[in-house]
Write a protein that binds this ligand. Sequence first.
Ligand code: F0G
Length: 462
Amino acid sequence: MAKKIIKHSWAEPYKIKMVEPIKVTDKPYRQKAAKEAGYNTFLLKSEDVYIDLLTDSGTNAMSDYQWAGLMMGDEAYAGSKNFYHLWDNVKKYYGMPYFVPTHQGRAAEHMISKIMIKPGDFIPGNMYFTTTRVHQELAGGTFVDVIIDEAHDAQSKHPFKGNIDPNKLEALINKVGAKKIPYVCIAGPVNMAGGQPFSMANLKEIATLAKKHGIKLWFDGTRATENAYFIQQKEKGYEKKTVAQILIEICSYFDGMWVSAKKDLLVNIGGFIATRNKRVFDEARNMVVIYEGLHSYGGLAGRDMEAMARGIEEMVKPENISMRVKQVEYCGKELESYGIPLVKPYGGHAIFLDAKLFLPHLKQDLFPAQSLAAEIYEDSGVRGMERGLVSSGRDPKTGENRYPKLELVRLTFPRRVYTQSHIDVMVESIAEVFDKRKKIKGLKMVYEPKYLRFFQARFVKL
Ligand code: F0G
């Protein structure tokens, strides 16, 4: 019988103009490299990696339009024209009137936390993100997770696992009082939950609840375009709206936002604060000169701001955002065809392997996700990242390990970098590790830094 035609709808909407060779290594080489890196994929040399799925942050391929923009950099100390181009596009695509550039997302988180949080405050949010929470804690706040329970269940198929549970939020407001809550922190999609989006209906409900108590909403809009795409694909009433229209509607419920431009904006560096709150804007614009640089460059070169301005225009293009998410979906389906346990639904930026189900014979203290990431690297040179006990860190008050329900390995997709054949190679390797999973014995942590330990911790094999 003739083969049935399959619509290959997500094929890359670009062609390759320049290539970056990657080194091919053998297993003994990688075993040595993994050992030297203390079995922490963050400590590997990039040149020893074959397919780098560590992160989608700053690892994107820029378009010829963006590269051309680099040549248009106005490197004036003050008032660069690229700053004004970027500000115009932030207004146009996010709908926020005020804007402060920063060198990356955590610099924006640092300033917003310092401006908004007083010691003793509580910040409810839809699951933590590592850098966001550490800045909230350093400002004297306590993060409180108010995400729906389904988000902590890797196998729940809830379509909007990034939603906030209004009952959990209300319970916190009743317990500590609205005055102790400077803002509700909403990220979308939720990175640590597996790249899971919130729905517009939930956002509206939370906005109404917060307004009733006089509490503002702040948005981690780092991957907001992906959240807008999921709303378009999954939520009734949004099928006919464009991603750009949905993005503007999402932002309309927030007092302000911070963004790591290293993701959605298709660049290698950058971040910003955008807000409709003039007081916060004035304070951020004043603070940025202490930590980052003048308010018209915020730690960036003029050319970086031009690449960001152009990246904003490209990120909402239907062919770009749909190909991005469909590439992740393709990988998820292929892995599942081998019976490999994953977080479901598939995320926007990454596939998350469920290390608890992958390695059920390992207790969480033996760092199943860290071990799995190291094994995959040794097998094929594919680099993923632990998102489990190591990332979760210790409670700053008790010093005890925070045991997360989710013990995951994240395989994150840089935008426009890898092709379908790279994904096929990666899937085959993970399937091979899955076959041999019983031989994996776990790791012991032998060095633990104080902050964000996952970046630099070292391990030995058991
Ligand atoms: N918020 C979210 C949701 C993020 O994913 C990140 C970074 C940040 C804030 C901080 O931004 O890196 O520019 O300072 N996430 C990267 C990742 C590191 O791999 O997920 P940054």
